[in-house]
Design a protein around this ligand. Sequence first.
Ligand code: IMP
Ligand code: MG
Length: 178
Amino acid sequence: MNTNYPDKLKVLYSRQEIEAAVTRLAAEITRDYRERNPLVVGVLKGCFVFMSDLVRRLEFPLETDFVQLSSYGRGTDSSGKIKIALDLKTPVSDRDVLVVEDIVDTGNSLAFLTEYLQQKSKPASIKFCCLLDKPSRRQVPVPVDYRGFVVPDKFVVGYGMDYAEQYRNLQDICMLSE
Ligand code: IMP
Ligand code: MG
């Protein structure tokens, strides 16, 4: 979807700003991961647009895999119980794992995933790359190693992110007001 957004969508980051941020993140990651053949793990579904842009700018050998988490319980955040809905297929032991997320909000998802990966089989390292960080909402501390933007406490959609599964195909990141 392109630019004729309805009134309830306000562009927060344009596609040009997103591209600049992804390019910067890719340069930082390329500096750190050269020669390490990391396993880049995307957290579905929100990561899929960001990760596809990011990995194409990483100039070193790498492998990719995906996990999907589901949180059940009530509400719109992940403070309920989290479980693995779709598991990795690649062994992580002794691998340098780079987790790619769309947005870190409460931190519950990434805290859960860290714990899960560590007890599954010890990775050599785990780092996090998040396009958006909403630190004002944090409930659990999460070390975000590569961060695109720090966002205000607003609900955002587009560039992979959804509201009720809609808007993932927007090229810009928009604030949604219902
Ligand atoms: P957390 O576990 O609360 O840190 O957030 C987990 C997930 O909630 C993120 O990976 C997103 O998929 C989703 N999420 C959090 N905030 C937003 C938002 O503003 N828009 C869309 N999805 C969000
Ligand atoms: Mg996500």
